[in-house]
Design a protein around this ligand. Sequence first.
Ligand SMILES: N[C@@H](CCC(=O)N[C@@H](CS)C(=O)NCC(=O)O)C(=O)O
Length: 199
Amino acid sequence: MESIRWLLAAAGIEFEEEFVETKEDLEKLRSDGVLLFQQVPMVEIDGMKIVQTRAILNYIATKHNLYGKDLNEKTLINMYVEGTTDLMEMIMSLIFLTHEEKAKKNALIIDRATTRYFPVYEKVLKGQDFLVGNQFSWADVHLLEAILMTEELKSDILSKFPQLQDDTQCIYMIHDDVDHSRLCTIPDLQNQSKQYSHH
Ligand SMILES: N[C@@H](CCC(=O)N[C@@H](CS)C(=O)NCC(=O)O)C(=O)O
């Protein structure tokens, strides 16, 4: 769900959030008949009530030109996004684990991030500013979110990935108003990333 907020911010769409905090909140939405499969998240946009995270993300990315210019670029974006999703899902699964299981899984996530996923993105970004089509896309937004999640687990996880450091650096420079890296040009991403300002 956090990915939806990131993409909306990247697309420059202002949005209002309604949090489902209690069982009654969810029941109310269900009885109002606004949830196709009785589940959240649901995004109300352009007269539609869209459910299913991927459908929501697809819609926003397509509508706001963050989904490549042709089928090849779209497929590449899908591959990158699915890769970062796999990594993020590993991190999100941590909350269901016991203390011992968590330590093991943490180590596995850090290994996967640094040996499987980050090297791919690092290599691509060595030759170009954005992951796909020399244009900012959903793939860049999703990668940034994944990076920040992994940094929560290990703050120096990017130490061997200078290109990825450059991607995230603007987030830490924002407060000094320094336009430091390629993603610094996307102002709404900066707002979204403020929640990570403890770095
Ligand atoms: N495939 C759906 C899964 C949505 C989902 O699992 N939603 C949870 C909250 S995060 C929910 O509404 N659970 C209540 C239920 O399934 O009855 C998506 O990606 O949006």
